[in-house]
Design a protein around this ligand. Sequence first.
Ligand SMILES: [Zn+2]
Length: 128
Amino acid sequence: MATHLKNKKPLHLIKMNIKKGDRVVILAGKDRKKEGTVSRALPQANKVIVEGLNVVKKHIRPQGQTRQGGVIEKAMPLHVSNVMLLCTECGKATRVGIERRPLGADQKVRPVRVCKHCHKVIADHTRS
Ligand SMILES: [Zn+2]
């Protein structure tokens, strides 16, 4: 039985507490305690890419005339458990709670992310 298969849910049903544009602090690896901005969220892998952090050097071999050789730096994905969200209100690294609150111009009640320290709504850069 293929019980080891993880996350076969469709993409829109996968929920991750960290989104693109969030400021996070890294908890593990060579860049631990550093802060950065999430440039990409990969919900199916439960990973995020943080701009300019967890960078590895890749040695590229020149291929014909189209690709130049050399060393490029590439930000590798980090597991969400190895990063912590920085609250947009109090600036602390926090766990994330989900609450239903009226939000936006229409004051419609939506599930939003809240900080466990100051209980304020954490700004969501993917939503305008
Ligand atoms: Zn806070």
